[in-house]
Design a protein around this ligand. Structure first.
Ligand code: PSU
Ligand code: MN
Length: 308
């Protein structure tokens, strides 16, 4: 059985999410930075609506998370999704930014890190996204390591992604996750995936096959008192992937453009995501949406298996 948690009183839950949590039915959290700062309009809102539909079709309740007018929301209606997708004044909110957006009554799109934290406060154990943040290339100089990793080290939520893009240093990201004690499970493959591609050149730290095995790892970790997150890397389907060598050159170009423009800090990831869409003429966006759909199906199945 899923451990029951009383949602934190500062959160605003939709009735659908509140009822599902109270009944111990499967709920899947979704982030909002991918909507506001990860994809262009209108594909971003179309993706957000579609992914919620996929999660419902697969027997779970979707809970897209964002801060609206300073209030953390767990579950959004279509007007809120449209606002996040199109309003120009939506802050990218990682954990360090949460107190500010709340105190100032601002709108904020939550990253993997802050979505995990709010999901945990609501009592949600499974979260679906596209790609994780991680250790940036050149981090030995910039110290740019996403707070997503810190959060995975301490907050007990399973995050389903397609791995990490090679805009990051994949090897260092896996090392950091090991240091933090985060299980990295790869679904149905012996290789860690690199978002657009099924391969990365790095072996799967741990391989699992199917949602039941993943739910068993969740129960085993948390029942041992090992607090913290679990990464589930779900390789993009073969028919949707962009070969690693093809996307590799494009990523090099995007990283080069970013360095020339002097873009860094919280703007780095959104810039790189947008630049890759531009250079590929939209092909990377098509692949990105395909892998989020695929992750939504797996995430709903994990939430069902975990709710038992
Ligand atoms: N990677 C992607 N797509 C995304 C992100 C990362 O392939 O949309 C977003 C996620 O919200 C992630 C955030 O949590 O970027 C990481 O930002 P930063 O590197 O600034 O921590
Ligand atoms: Mn960063």
């Amino acid at each position: 059985m899923t451990p029951q948690t009383i949602p934190h009183p500062a959160l605003r839950l939709t009735d659908e999410v509140a009822d599902a949590l109270a009944d111990g039915r499967p709920v899947v959290a979704l982030e909002s930075t991918i909507i506001s700062h990860g994809m262009p309009y209108p594909q971003n809102v179309e993706m957000a609506v579609e992914v919620e539909g996929i999660i419902r079709e697969h027997g779970a309740v979707p809970a897209t998370i964002a801060v609206l007018g300073g209030r953390p929301h767990i579950g959004l209606d279509s007007a809120a999704l449209e606002l996040l997708a199109s309003h120009e004044d939506v802050m990218k909110v990682s954990v360090r930014d949460l107190p500010y957006v709340v105190a100032r009554g601002r709108h904020g799109a939550t990253t993997v890190a802050s979505t995990m934290r709010l999901a945990a406060l609501a009592g949600i154990s499974v979260f679906v996204t596209g790609g994780l943040g991680g250790v940036h290339r050149g981090a030995e100089r910039s110290f740019d390591v996403s707070a997503d990793l810190t959060e995975l080290g301490q907050t007990s939520v399973t995050v389903v992604s397609a791995g990490v893009k090679s805009i990051l240093d994949i090897g260092l990201t896996l090392e950091k996750l090991e240091t933090l004690g985060v299980p990295v499970l790869v679904e149905g493959s012996d290789e860690f995936p690199s978002f657009f591609s099924r391969s990365s050149g790095f072996a799967a730290p741990l391989r699992v096959d199917g949602p039941a095995e993943i739910a068993e790892v969740m129960r085993a970790k948390w029942s041992l008192g090992l607090a913290g997150g679990i990464v589930v890397a779900n390789p993009i389907p073969a028919e949707d992937e962009i070969p690693a060598d093809e996307i590799g050159v494009i990523i090099e170009q995007a990283v080069g453009d970013m360095e020339r423009l002097g873009i860094h800090g919280k703007d780095a990831t959104p810039y790189l995501l947008g630049r890759i869409v531009e250079i590929t003429g939209g092909a990377s966006l098509t692949a990105n949406i395909a892998l989020v759909r695929h992750n939504a199906r797996l995430g709903a199945a994990i939430a069902r298996a975990y709710a038992g």
